[in-house]
Design a protein around this ligand. Structure first.
Ligand SMILES: C[S@@+](CC[C@H](N)C(=O)[O-])C[C@H]1O[C@@H](n2cnc3c(N)ncnc32)[C@H](O)[C@@H]1O
Length: 252
């Protein structure tokens, strides 16, 4: 970077949960303006869902799309990340810094909202560690849970409800405590955990308070009002369960 050239800005852009109409005007505008997009690719030949969602609204022509590999491994805050995970964050940071130093803005489209379980934040933290003055903007997006709640016509939280959001790779004991304690629970990443989750819900007498939404707002969307029917099914990664114990009965 020359002394007169300003460093580019990094944008973490929430693109919503899949329905292209659920991308905000700001997300569309920022993605349109960014000459470089960076997007995670889970496996060597994997496709990024966020890229597909973004590309349905904003053309790719004339821009560089950097599909970088991020290791989709379990991350536990407070513990050192797996070395492969850290190495890929550093490599992604290298690629982004080259573009920012040329003065190019770089946008990272991410599923739903960047603040909820998005890889984009690990990249941001890696970049901030290497370049403390980095310029970054976060563009919020519509979360999957908001879309799921709207789709099934039930609120996430009302009145004195305490709502908890759980990435369902939790161990059973922690999940049991959460389900037993809170008024409403949003369970994300449930696609491979349905048998255990339904067993816990049954044990706590909560199965009838749960609804599962698969591929909300997309082709092949499915809603399971009886979540037992989802056990044994090959569910898509885009599956979210809403558990809500209280209703408005008796209130009005
Ligand atoms: C890594 S998290 C990303 C969450 C996202 N940042 C958000 O704000 O909703 C991925 C999880 O989001 C949920 N999800 C994303 N899109 C969805 C959709 N269209 N329908 C249902 N669940 C979805 C699923 O629980 C999935 O396992």
């Amino acid at each position: 970077m020359t002394t007169t050239q300003q460093q580019g800005r990094l944008y973490l852009v929430g693109v919503g949960p899949g329905d292209p109409e659920l991308m905000t005007c700001k997300a569309v505008r920022v993605l349109e303006d960014a000459p470089v997009w960076i997007t995670p690719k889970a496996r060597k030949n994997g496709n990024s869902s966020a890229l597909q969602i973004a590309a349905a609204q904003v053309g790719l022509e004339g821009r560089e799309v950097l599909e970088l590999r991020f290791a989709m491994k379990k991350i536990r805050l407070g513990e050192q990340a797996d070395p492969e995970v850290s190495r890929l964050w550093q490599e992604a940071a290298d690629a982004v810094l080259v573009r920012l130093d040329r003065g190019q803005d770089v946008a990272f489209p991410t599923l739903g909202d960047p603040a909820l379980y998005s890889t984009a934040f690990y990249l941001l933290a890696t970049l901030q560690e290497r370049r403390p003055g980095i310029r970054a903007t976060i563009v919020p997006g519509i979360t999957a849970m908001a879309a799921c709640s709207a789709r099934v016509g039930q609120p996430l939280g009302l009145g004195d409800d305490v709502v908890t959001i759980v990435p369902a790779a939790f161990d059973d004991e922690r999940l049991r405590q959460i389900l037993a304690t809170f008024d409403a629970v949003v369970l994300m990443k449930v696609h491979r955990r349905m048998a255990r989750i339904v067993a816990l819900l049954d044990e706590l007498g909560l199965t009838d308070t749960a609804v599962l939404i698969e591929r909300c707002g997309l082709d092949d969307q499915r809603i399971y009002t009886d979540v037992r029917q989802a056990v044994g099914q090959e569910l898509h990664y885009f599956s979210t369960m809403l558990v809500r114990k209280k209703s408005l009965e008796g209130l009005l």
